[in-house]
Design a binder for this molecule. Structure first.
Ligand code: ADP
Ligand code: RBF
Ligand code: MG
Length: 147
């Protein structure tokens, strides 16, 4: 995946509201403009990396890129679950992310509980992979310095 690490930024927009309600895992969604500007060869699936909301500290994240086969979305989305408790919504904020690595393709599931379990496992894997020195280097990159 020659397009990694991939740096994206944009405003956090409203989605269907399912992340928090159905899955207990909020995901900050990007607008269509950000999705349309993705590399042509971008592979749908689950990625891990870093996220920064406005001027707050850089945090670990997992992101889903694709059509969510479990929900059969009509449009491709990029959604970021930041592994940090902000205690409130941040719609309209600027979100900068750095996608570092690929965890797995999007899958379909027989139940919402299986999807939730799989996401928990993604978060656990990301937690560890982001401790690697090459990952920490990207956290400290100029991209995340406020201007
Ligand atoms: P939507 O379908 O509108 O994206 P979600 O249920 O996925 O709704 O919730 C996402 C929203 O929750 C984000 O846009 C953000 O405002 C808020 N939020 C709060 N904490 C987090 C977090 N740790 N990661 C991602 N989004 C969060
Ligand atoms: N949706 C799917 O349909 N299949 C998946 O395998 C899948 N994996 C995900 C992994 C992570 C880490 C996250 C944050 C989301 C994933 N989703 C997946 C998307 C999920 O369905 C979506 O966040 C909710 O529908 C809320 O928009
Ligand atoms: Mg969402």
């Amino acid at each position: 995946m020659s397009y990694l690490p991939l740096f994206l930024k944009g405003e956090v927009v409203k989605g269907f509201g399912r992340g928090s309600k159905d899955l207990g895992c909020p995901t900050a969604n990007y607008s269509r403009e950000v999705v349309q500007a993705l590399p042509q060869d971008m592979k749908p699936g689950v990625y891990y990396g870093w996220a920064k909301v406005n001027s707050t500290p850089v945090q670990k994240m997992v992101a889903n890129v694709g059509w969510c086969p479990f929900y059969q979305n009509k449009e491709m989305t990029v959604e970021t679950h930041v592994m940090h408790d902000y205690g409130k919504d941040f719609y309209g904020s600027n979100l900068k992310i750095c996608l570092i690595g690929y965890l797995r393709p999007e899958m379909n599931f027989n139940s919402v509980d299986s999807l939730i379990e799989t996401i928990k496992n993604d978060i656990k894997n990301a937690e560890e992979l982001l401790e690697a020195p090459e990952a920490i280097k990207l956290k400290e990159s100029d991209y995340f310095i406020d201007q």
